[in-house]
Ligand binder design. Structure first.
Ligand code: FES
Length: 118
């Protein structure tokens, strides 16, 4: 699962042991709560706070790569942060690397779309 040597943009946020039985964890990156979500053995990171009414996406159910918010089921693609139901809604995603048993995310130059309140 080691994805090579991360560059300086990446900061350690958790150890693999922090993931729960579903491969989930919530970590703090700056001012943002970030959900770590494992899908098919690969870790994804996205802003945890749903742009609808603030549900914790880390607590949602997965359907393929779509993570459904636990409050009103809006889906977000963990690979892109996009919500297929609401193209105007999206969450920021972060690049993830694993080094040994450490999970690192890109603290700057995050990819995806900025969070926008609706
Ligand atoms: S709070 Fe996420 S869908 Fe409503």
């Amino acid at each position: 699962m080691d994805e090579g040597q991360p560059d300086g943009r990446y900061i350690p946020v958790a150890r693999l042991t922090a993931l729960d039985a579903r491969g989930r964890a919530v970590v703090q990156v700056g001012d943002t709560r970030v959900a770590l979500v494992r899908v098919d053995g690969r870790l994804h990171a996205l802003a945890d706070t749903c742009p609808h009414r603030g549900g914790s996406l880390a607590e949602g159910d997965l359907d393929g790569h779509l993570l459904h918010c636990p409050l009103h089921a809006w889906p977000f693609d963990v690979r892109t942060g996009r919500c297929p139901w609401r193209p105007d809604a999206s969450v920021r995603i972060y690049e993830v690397r694993v080094r040994g048993d450490e999970i690192l995310v890109a603290a700057s130059d995050s990819v995806g779309f900025p969070e926008r309140p609706l």
